[in-house]
Design a protein around this ligand. Structure first.
Ligand code: CMP
Length: 143
């Protein structure tokens, strides 16, 4: 079954949005198979955002993601990478539609509340980077 990685960033955690965001994920019928509140080391931040290392905002991005706790999750379900991206919205909250997490709660691209894997391949890499296999739980939702 397909999996994706979502991470509520320090702005989302700091604004008490964990419950609101988890509610949207559960209401959609997605299964959370891993979740943890954690602080992010500089190494982890730089590895996770490695593809942006040459961008002018890279330093700011690393500083921000290490500035406070994040809530990291692994979701499982059919087509869950795309479904997760639809729930999250587009990168820039000012262009993200109302009804999406970024559209409803974000205002600027630097503080866009949540990260979601952009492809099945990225999801596999990100899940392996953020979670150990023992932290992922196998169970069935009651439908
Ligand atoms: P995310 O989906 O976590 O992946 C890369 C992040 O880079 C993105 O969300 C934004 O938060 C951040 N980002 C993209 N463009 C900019 C920018 N111009 N200035 C600051 N941060 C940015």
């Amino acid at each position: 079954m397909e999996r994706t990685f979502l991470m509520i960033k320090p702005d989302g955690v700091g604004r008490n949005l964990i419950g609101e965001i988890v509610k949207r994920i559960e209401n959609k019928g997605l299964k959370i198979v891993g979740a943890k509140l954690m602080t992010v080391s500089e190494d982890l931040a730089k590895t996770h955002y490695g593809e942006h290392s040459e961008r002018p905002f890279f330093g700011e991005l690393v500083d921000f993601i290490t500035s406070g706790p994040v809530f990291a999750m692994v979701l499982e379900g059919e087509n869950v990478v795309q479904v997760g991206r639809t729930l999250v919205g587009v990168t820039n909250p000012s262009e993200s539609l109302p009804g999406t997490i970024r559209g409803d709660f974000g205002l600027t691209v630097g503080k866009n509340i949540i990260h979601g894997s952009d492809s099945v391949e990225s999801a596999e890499k990100e899940i392996a980077l953020w979670f150990n296999s023992e932290e992922l739980v196998d169970y069935s939702l009651v439908n």
